[in-house]
Write a protein that binds this ligand. Structure first.
Ligand SMILES: *Cc1c(COP(=O)(O)O)cnc(C)c1O
Length: 396
């Protein structure tokens, strides 16, 4: 079949839940993808901030292959060695104390919400605890995660949401403080908002939230699903601010392509929230995905991925700033590390379509923002190539 026939069949069989770009991706190599027609693309999306190590990493692929031959799944009624080793390494990387593996980001958020509610329930037995979330946040598409997602367009068709969620403004401490009551059990936010527009939280905002949470015994929950795993220049974004959450979620680059996420917590929360029987998952942390997590964390160290981000990110920022300065239609660059956005005064769909034609994969964040979340192994040369294609696309 040629790609046109594949696409026609896909549109007959798959639920039309996405407006997909009209290419069929076939294989990858480093920061490049190839479609079924053999056309090569420079990839600045990485499967939405997932494939940090680049495609076709030999050591990663071999680790998965050998785990497939050994054991893929056990259920969580039994222990398995890859999950134990992945948990140890993830604890070290995250500086948190306890790990629960999930199958996705949204499920990690679900777990975080349950843990926060259970912590408060164990304290006072009430069943009306509240969570404060941020406007323009994104936490996933399942009902709990959607309930704390600050985008009414995503929520409305599926209401009623889970109850007792309140929204405040990122970087406006008073707006959060106004929503706090004696029933508030958690405050959830992304240290750097992703889908909502590449907005970093300010350090003083996070510090004041931490203080508020300490004073009122409210749990501070950071969703690091997109901004975590080295993308902003530290393993997790909060480590740059040095404002530690009580509960943290991670996914996307955690398994570099296998479906895995996790929520983590400090020991204090772990012993005072979810207990045996409170939460579970059939697949979560199975030997296959755990082997991937373990290998990803190994390779981050071995190939000095964080240090590399520290060098590549300032170059990307500088190049994007220079591009922004050349065009009146670009209002602003914002983001952190290798998680950047260019804000335009108009919809960016045409530019992204044109870039795809020219062999560059980009993605939007909302209608007016182009998002840059390349594999973390991206080089200055790749950045130059991306800028040159993008420049052409904007100009025409
Ligand atoms: C992608 C994302 C999610 C949802 O993860 P899924 O794996 O798609 O369920 C949640 N939070 C943030 C910040 C994300 O970027």
């Amino acid at each position: 079949m040629n790609s046109k026939e594949y696409i026609e069949e896909a549109e007959r069989d798959l639920l039309h839940a996405y407006n997909r770009y009209q290419i069929v991706l076939d294989r990858g190599e480093g920061v490049f993808l190839y479609d079924t027609e053999g056309k090569k693309y420079l990839d600045f999306v990485a499967g939405i901030a997932v494939f940090a190590l680049g495609y076709g990493n030999r050591e990663y692929n071999d680790a998965l292959k050998s785990q497939i031959d050994k054991l893929i799944h056990t259920s969580n009624y039994y222990y398995n060695v890859p999950a134990i080793e992945a948990a140890r390494k993830l604890k070290q990387a995250s500086r948190m104390d306890r790990v629960f593996f999930t199958n996705s980001g949204a499920e990690a958020v679900e777990g975080a919400i349950k843990a926060a509610r259970k912590y408060a329930y164990k304290k006072d037995g009430r069943r009306d605890h509240e969570i404060i979330a941020m406007n323009r946040s994104f936490h996933g598409r399942t009902m709990g995660a959607l309930s704390v997602t600050g985008n009414p367009k995503y929520r409305e068709p599926f209401e009623p949401m889970i109850g007792h969620i309140k929204f405040a403004e990122l970087n406006d401490f008073e707006s959060v403080e106004r929503q706090v009551t004696d029933r508030t059990c958690g405050i959830i936010l992304e240290p750097v908002q992703g889908e909502g527009g590449l907005r970093p939280a300010r350090e003083d905002f996070l510090r004041r939230l931490r203080k508020l949470c300490d004073e009122r015994d409210i749990l501070l929950i950071f969703d690091e699903i997109q901004c975590g795993m080295g993308r902003t220049g530290t393993m997790y974004a909060w480590q740059r601010y040095d404002v530690k959450p009580d509960i943290m979620t991670t996914a996307k680059a955690l398994g570099c392509g296998v479906p895995v996420g996790a929520f983590l917590m400090t020991e204090k929360i772990a012993v005072n929230s979810l207990e045996a029987g409170d939460h579970g998952t059939t697949y979560g942390g199975n030997p296959l995905v755990a082997a991937a997590v373990e290998k990803v964390l190994d390779l981050f160290e071995k190939h000095h991925i964080i240090e590399h981000v520290g060098e590549a990110a300032p170059y990307l920022e500088k190049e994007l700033d220079e591009l922004a300065a050349r065009y009146d239609c670009i209002l602003e660059r914002r983001g952190m590390g290798l998680m950047q956005g260019l804000v335009f005064d108009r919809p960016v769909k045409d530019i992204i379509d044109k870039a795809l034609e020219k062999g560059l994969i980009l993605i939007n964040a909302g209608t007016n923002i182009i998002r840059f979340v390349p594999p973390l192994i991206v080089t200055n040369h790749n950045i130059d190539e991306m800028i040159s294609i993008l420049d052409d696309c904007i100009r025409s």
